[in-house]
Each structure stands twice: as structure tokens, then as C-alpha cells.
Design a protein around this ligand. Structure first.
Ligand code: GDP
Ligand code: MG
Length: 614
């Protein structure tokens, strides 16, 4: 293959791959893609001017529906791929990727059917293109786009807007600066009335990407010729005009084949009195070569910008891949490793929350510094140690015989029943710490970027962590209750020793029995109990936080995921991959991204190779 062929072939392959990926700039006005950066050739002209016929003769194969009236009703993106000599010819539709067509009559039928699938058997049009690839040793590498013909009036069965609709559709293709326009005009009409030239002039005023093609030279009135047009006198274009003689409707009906038609066309020019001096620059074969040569120069000029577009796109795709995360390994060992890595990432963030660096750990201190003291303060000791209650408890403890010196039993009962009140705040602190930790687990999972892809693992990690926290809470609860119970089981003797003795203070050993029943006596008991309780409260205010940190916070830091690790260790390959189950939408996106990346990387390598070979 020459460099020229390989260059255009390369563009074709890239465009083909773009198409397969849905990465083509269709009429739907997708983002500028590689496809649009590459040149393509579109056929423009009035209805029945011979567009489809010209395309067919460039391809050298009968495969397009042709005839009078509106035959082409959807854009046809036709990619010609030149294959090695001796290879079989075949065609392939994008919408039927598994089927290779070797019978070109069936290709034509499929184009008709596929058109009807979208538009129904009407005369309506659709801008959704049909993509067809032809692989053959006899074609030149080219991408051609057949478009519905421009019309002047809507016919029966067409909406009034059809004239404008067709023009708009054609325009979306030909206004792209990379589109080479094959402007088809029939020779049996005045060139001044050519729809093709009119539209081409609008979108390409300098004419640098317009090729004028004059069809139906054989149908001109006897005694007239098209030399004024073909020699550029009627309407000057940058590129020379090419005259064509396609098969007539009668030829088509008689099934005159392409080889014969091409020979007849050659003979027509060679033997024509008017055109024989132009014969070497006329006809479909010449047009194909002209186009392909032009494409080559366009592509050559574009290589640097195409190259940089490819590089830029590769960078974008690479960073999207990074964002999406690389695909997961398939073997169990690697999966286990991945899971443990993810756990570590989460655990690190969780610890940062506790130890600072990330917020949240301070809320645990808040529990000890505000919530616990406030709760202790609110305990209803005033009511419990009211004169009335103290009297009641002490008398009940005394039984039938009132106490003689100090109400030992009464004191104990009052203290024990008061100490019971500490259980509430103690448990509440444990719960509060538990909820802070739980919240931090939730937050840390959300903040672990690497985990984002794995909803199942996220859920399992959360569940396992919550389970551990629950266990820590239970331990902690038992410990703080034990602290409270310990206070109740053995009272601080020193405290009572230091209390001033009523008896001594009274000074008169004859009166204590009377004293014992005065309000003052009970008030003193209440106040002694109360200051004992305050002392205990101070102690618990310090020891409950120690217990909670020891049982919950420290354990969360040390062994939050231990339970999870044992579970994961027992899992088999299949269960492991279930844990790494990704969001299907995300997997799909990565797949698309990877495919695209491969396409662009191949394109880059090929373009590099071609530009070095120059
Ligand atoms: P399109 O609507 O522009 O795609 O036109 P077609 O390719 O379908 O051709 C319309 C009709 O004109 C068909 O019957 C063709 O056989 C006929 N036709 C096209 N080109 C020529 C030509 O150069 N000579 C003759 N005699 N007939 C032609
Ligand atoms: Mg047509």
C-alpha cells in the first residue's frame, strides 16, 4: 500500500472505530469528536440528480437504492475499506454487527428496510444516519455520505416542512469545515438552477472544499454540450469539474452491471466529439482518484492538529479512568488484597477523625466535658434528700427501735439509693460516645474515595463496624455500671470519720435522744449524705470518661475491623468478587472509557507511524 492509501485507510479505520463506539459527530450535533476532526465526503444535490448513482460508481458496486422520487430518506455513512488483493468483498452495517453481506442486492434491501424501520413506508425523512462499511480490494479508502436530495415542494404524504427539513439536515453535514462537498448537478438542467451549487456556495464561499460533479451528460439535448461548465467558465470552482455518465433508469432495469457501466462511460468520453479532449479527466474512476488525492492532502495538513486532539483526548480519558478507578483483578488473592487495601484506607480516615486532622473526635470530649457534668448536675438529689424523705428512709431503717447515736442503716440506705441515680448519666455517656463513633464510621466510609465504586463493600464495612461498636458499647456499659456499683458496695470511711460528731457537739449527753427527732438532726443527715454524693459525683465525672475511652474509643482505634477481617478471611473467590461488586453504570462507563482509550491510543500509534514514514 502506498502512504496515501494507508493514510486515508487510517482515517477510515479511526472513523469506523469512532462509529462503533457511538463516538461520531452525527446530525444530532454531538460534541466535537475525533470523527469530526477527520475529513469526510458528502454528496449534495437536488432530488434525482444522480447522487446515489455517483456514489455507486465510485464504489464500483451496485448496492444503493436508486430511482425517481425520494429514495434516499436517511443519511448513509458509507465507509470504503481497501483490503488486500484476493480478499473477498463484503459489506457490514453498524446496526447488524454480526452479519457479513456478500450479496450486494441484499445490502440495498437492508438499506431500504432500515430506512423504513425509522420512517415507516412513507416519504418522510430522518436525520439518523445508517452506517455501512464496505471491505473490498477494488475500492479506495474513503468515507462518503449519501444524503436525501434537496427538493422544492412537499409531495403527497410529506409534511410541509420537508423542504426545509431536508435542507437543514444536509446543511448540518456540509457546514462542518472538514466536510468535502460533492456537489452534484444534472447536465440537463441549467447550472444556474443547481441546488447543489447554491448550498455549497453558502457553506463554502471560497470553493476550496467543493467538487463540482456534472451528471447525465448523455441526457443533454442534441446539439448542446456542457463544456462551459466543465471547463469552468459558467461557474468557477477551485477544483476542476468532473463530468459523469451514470447508468440510466433503463440500464438499471436491465441490470447492466457496474463493470460494463464503467466501460461504457469510458467509451462515452473517449468517443465524444465534445469531450474527448477532456476524457482523461472525466468519469467516475477519475472522480474517485481525484477525491482520494484531495483527501490525502487534507489529511496531511491536518495531521498535527489531529495528533494533538488525540493526545488531548487520551489525557482526558486517562484522567477519567483514574477517577473511575482501574478495573479489579479477577483472582481471589488480588481481590483479597484490594479489599484489605480499601479497609486500610477507610481505617486511616476513621483514625484521623478520632485523633484530629479531621473533625468529629472533639465531639467525644464534648460528651465528657458538657453532657456528662450537666446530666450529673440534673440528678434529683434535692428531692431525694428532702427533709421528708430523709425522715422516712431513716425511720424505716430504724424499725421499731430508733437509732441511738447515728442512724447507720439510714445513712447506708440514703447513700445507696442516691448512688443508683448515677447509672442513668453513666449509660447515657456510653451511648453518646457510641453514636459519635457510629457517625464517624459513616462519615469515614463516605470520605474514602477508593470505596466509592463499591457499594456492597461499603455496606458490609459499615455493618461490620457497627457490630464491633455495639460490642464495645456493651463492654463500656458494663464497666461504667460497675464503677457506680463499686461506689455503692464500699463507702469511703474517711469521709464519715471526718464528719463532726453530733454527740460531742451537743455537749450535753443527757439530751441526744430528744435532738435525734428534731428537723435539724435530719437536715444534718441530708447534708452529710449530699456532700458524700457530691464527692462520688466528682469521682464518677472523672472515671466514666476513662472507662468509655478505654472500652470504646481505644478499642475502635485498635480493633474496629478485626471482626470484618476474620469474616473476609473465610470468604471464597466468588464471595470476594461479590464484595467488590461495582455499580453497573460505573462498570459500563469504565468499559466505554477503556474502549475509547484503546481506540485513541491505536490511532496515535498509527498516526505516529504514518508521519514518520513520510
Ligand atoms: P439521487 O436521487 O440524486 O440519488 O439520484 P439517483 O442516483 O437515484 O438517480 C436518479 C435517476 O437518474 C435514476 O433513474 C438514474 O438511473 C438516473 N441517472 C442518474 N445519473 C444518470 C446519468 O448520468 N445518465 C442517465 N441516463 N441517467 C442517470
Ligand atoms: Mg439517492
Amino acid at each position: 500500500m502506498t502512504t496515501m492509501e494507508s493514510l486515508i485507510g487510517l482515517v477510515n479505520r479511526i472513523q469506523r472505530a469512532c462509529t462503533v463506539l457511538g463516538d461520531h459527530g452525527g446530525a444530532d450535533g454531538a460534541l466535537p469528536t475525533l470523527w469530526e476532526a477527520l475529513p469526510s465526503v458528502a454528496v449534495v444535490g437536488g432530488q434525482s440528480s444522480g447522487k446515489s448513482s455517483v456514489l455507486e460508481s465510485i464504489v464500483g458496486r451496485d448496492f444503493l437504492p436508486r430511482g425517481s422520487g425520494i429514495v434516499t430518506r436517511r443519511p448513509l455513512v458509507l465507509q470504503l475499506h481497501k483490503t488486500e488483493e484476493g480478499q473477498p468483498e463484503y459489506a457490514e452495517f453498524l446496526h447488524l454487527p454480526k452479519r457479513k453481506f456478500t450479496d450486494f442486492a441484499l445490502v440495498r434491501k437492508e438499506i431500504q428496510d432500515e430506512t423504513d424501520r425509522l420512517t415507516g413506508k412513507t416519504k418522510q425523512i430522518s436525520p439518523v444516519p445508517i452506517h455501512l462499511s464496505i471491505y473490498s480490494p477494488f475500492v479506495v479508502n474513503l468515507t462518503l455520505i449519501d444524503l436525501p436530495g434537496l427538493t422544492k415542494v412537499a409531495v403527497e404524504g410529506q409534511p410541509d416542512s420537508i423542504v426545509q427539513d431536508i435542507e437543514n439536515m444536509v446543511r448540518t453535514y456540509v457546514e462542518k469545515p472538514n466536510c468535502i462537498i460533492l456537489a452534484i448537478s444534472p447536465a440537463n438542467q441549467d447550472i444556474a438552477t443547481s441546488d447543489a451549487i447554491k448550498l455549497a456556495r453558502e457553506v463554502d464561499p471560497t470553493g476550496e472544499r467543493t467538487f463540482g460533479v456534472l451528471t447525465k451528460l448523455d441526457l443533454m439535448d442534441k446539439g448542446t454540450n456542457a463544456l462551459d461548465v466543465l471547463e469552468g467558465r459558467s461557474y468557477k470552482l477551485q477544483h476542476p469539474w468532473v463530468g459523469i455518465v451514470n447508468r440510466s433508469q433503463a440500464d438499471i432495469n436491465k441490470n447492466v452491471d457496474m463493470i460494463v457501466a464503467r466501460r461504457k462511460e469510458r467509451e462515452y468520453f473517449a468517443n465524444s466529439l465534445d469531450y474527448s479532449h477532456l476524457a482523461s479527466k472525466m468519469g467516475s474512476e477519475y472522480l474517485a482518484k481525484l477525491l482520494s488525492r484531495h483527501l490525502e492532502s487534507v489529511i496531511r495538513a491536518r495531521i498535527p492538529s489531529i495528533s494533538s486532539l488525540i493526545t488531548k483526548t487520551i489525557d482526558e480519558l486517562e484522567s477519567e479512568m483514574d477517577h473511575l478507578g482501574r478495573p479489579i483483578a479477577l483472582d481471589a488473592g488480588a481481590q483479597l488484597y484490594t479489599i484489605l487495601e480499601l479497609c486500610r484506607a477507610f481505617d486511616k480516615i476513621f483514625k484521623e477523625h478520632l485523633e484530629g486532622g479531621r473533625p468529629g473526635g472533639d465531639r467525644i470530649y464534648g460528651v465528657f466535658d458538657n453532657q456528662l457534668p450537666a446530666a450529673l448536675k440534673k440528678l434529683p438529689f434535692d428531692r431525694h434528700l428532702s427533709l421528708q424523705n430523709v425522715k422516712k428512709v431513716v425511720s424505716e431503717a430504724d424499725g421499731y427501735q430508733p437509732h441511738l447515736i447515728a442512724p447507720e442503716q439510714g445513712y447506708r440506705r440514703l447513700i445507696e439509693s442516691s448512688l443508683n441515680y448515677f447509672r442513668g448519666p453513666a449509660e447515657a455517656s456510653v451511648d453518646a460516645v457510641h453514636f459519635v463513633l457510629k457517625e464517624l464510621v459513616r462519615k469515614s466510609i463516605g470520605e474514602t474515595q477508593e470505596l466509592k465504586r463499591f457499594p456492597t463493600l461499603q455496606a458490609e464495612l459499615a455493618a461490620a463496624s457497627y457490630q464491633s461498636l455495639e460490642k464495645f458499647r456493651e463492654d463500656s456499659r458494663k464497666t461504667v455500671i460497675r464503677l457506680v456499683d463499686m461506689e455503692a458496695s464500699y463507702l469511703t470511711v474517711d469521709f464519715f470519720r471526718k464528719l463532726p460528731q453530733e454527740v460531742e457537739k451537743a455537749g450535753n449527753p443527757a439530751t441526744p435522744t430528744i435532738d435525734r427527732y428534731t428537723d435539724g438532726h435530719f437536715r444534718r443527715i441530708a447534708s452529710n449524705v449530699s456532700s458524700y454524693i457530691s464527692m462520688v459525683s466528682e469521682t464518677l465525672k472523672n472515671s466514666i470518661p476513662k472507662a468509655a475511652v478505654y472500652c470504646q474509643v481505644r478499642e475502635a482505634k485498635r480493633s474496629l475491623l478485626n471482626h470484618f477481617y476474620t469474616q473476609v478471611g473465610k470468604k471464597e473467590g466468588k464471595q470476594l468478587s461479590q464484595l467488590l461488586d461495582e455499580d453497573p453504570a460505573l462498570m459500563e462507563r469504565r468499559l466505554q472509557c477503556a474502549k475509547r482509550l484503546e481506540l485513541y491510543k491505536n490511532a496515535r500509534d498509527e498516526i505516529d507511524a504514518v508521519s514518520w514514514a513520510r
